[in-house]
Design a protein around this ligand. Structure first.
Ligand SMILES: NC(=O)c1ccc[n+]([C@@H]2O[C@H](COP(=O)([O-])OP(=O)(O)OC[C@H]3O[C@@H](n4cnc5c(N)ncnc54)[C@H](OP(=O)(O)O)[C@@H]3O)[C@@H](O)[C@H]2O)c1
Length: 230
């Protein structure tokens, strides 16, 4: 049984936990305040989930997810994550996060900065352009589900959607490709991390985070991306 350590228990972390458990994974989940604040979530997720501190979550993980925004001062369990694939699903949004000049100037991507924080881990950008929250304005219950659950389809389905993956480590891309497949999505490899600006907020592919895109559409949209620097 594979255990995923999910650091971050907000919209993204909790929805990813729900999808991963439905696909047969065990989940350990953490937030920044402590496992006692996650009792309700764990009860809702069921027996394949438990909460732990961030360090214990990272230590228990076969691979991990960093489901929270990037800040230069992030407290991270660096030693416990060493040698492991760490999925980074953060979107850089200057209006929310402030400005990072290395990213704004095009010298680095936000995911390269995360890789610098975790030098011995295999940071992999994934799950950044799929909606994790419910769509409150839509009344049909199945349409209101988060896109991660609503768009999932079995392999080979004609309307299966694709998600992007970027990493400096080919074995991490393989792992995330299998994970996407288990959750109901095809994968498009847009490696290395220095290329991951092609899937940043505002790019042609990112605008499909609600209704998704096929593999061919995603490849075309990544090619159409233009880097805007300041
Ligand atoms: N929401 C979406 O639909 C969506 C879609 C694509 C990508 N994303 C990206 O996913 C990330 C999370 O978004 P969200 O909407 O889930 O945010 P959120 O609801 O604010 O949740 C953030 C979670 O991360 C936890 N956290 C913060 N720092 C942590 C640390 N150092 N270690 C462990 N846990 C930590 C917070 O814990 P506390 O509450 O205890 O502080 C909270 O549980 C963002 O980068 C966002 O850009 C979100």
């Amino acid at each position: 049984m594979t255990t995923i350590g999910i650091l971050g228990a907000g919209q993204a972390g909790s929805t990813l936990a729900r999808a991963a458990i439905a696909a047969g994974y065990d989940v350990v989940i953490a937030n920044s305040r402590g496992p006692e604040t996650l009792r309700g979530l764990v009860r809702a997720l069921g027996p394949m989930a438990r909460a732990a501190s961030a360090a214990d979550t990272a230590a228990a993980a076969d691979f991990a997810v960093a489901a929270f925004r990037y800040t230069p001062s992030d407290a991270l369990p660096v030693a416990e994550l060493a040698g492991k694939v760490v999925i980074d699903n953060n979107n850089y949004m200057p209006w929310r996060d402030g400005n990072f000049p290395e990213v704004d100037s095009g010298r680095k991507t936000i995911h390269e900065l995360r890789q610098e924080q975790l030098p011995e881990s295999k940071v992999t950008k994934a799950f950044t352009h799929v909606q994790f929250h419910e769509r409150h304005l839509i009344r049909v219950p199945s349409d209101a589900l988060p896109a991660l659950l609503r768009l999932a389809r079995p392999a080979g389905a004609p309307d299966r959607k694709a998600l992007v993956v970027s990493s400096n480590y080919p074995d991490a891309v393989e792992l995330v490709t299998r994970f996407y497949d288990d959750l109901g999505f095809d994968a498009v490899d847009n490696s290395p991390l220095s290329e991951s600006w092609r899937s940043a907020p505002g790019t042609p592919m990112w605008r499909h985070h609600v209704d998704g895109q096929s593999r061919d559409e995603l490849i075309r949209n990544l090619e159409r991306a233009q880097r805007i620097t300041t």
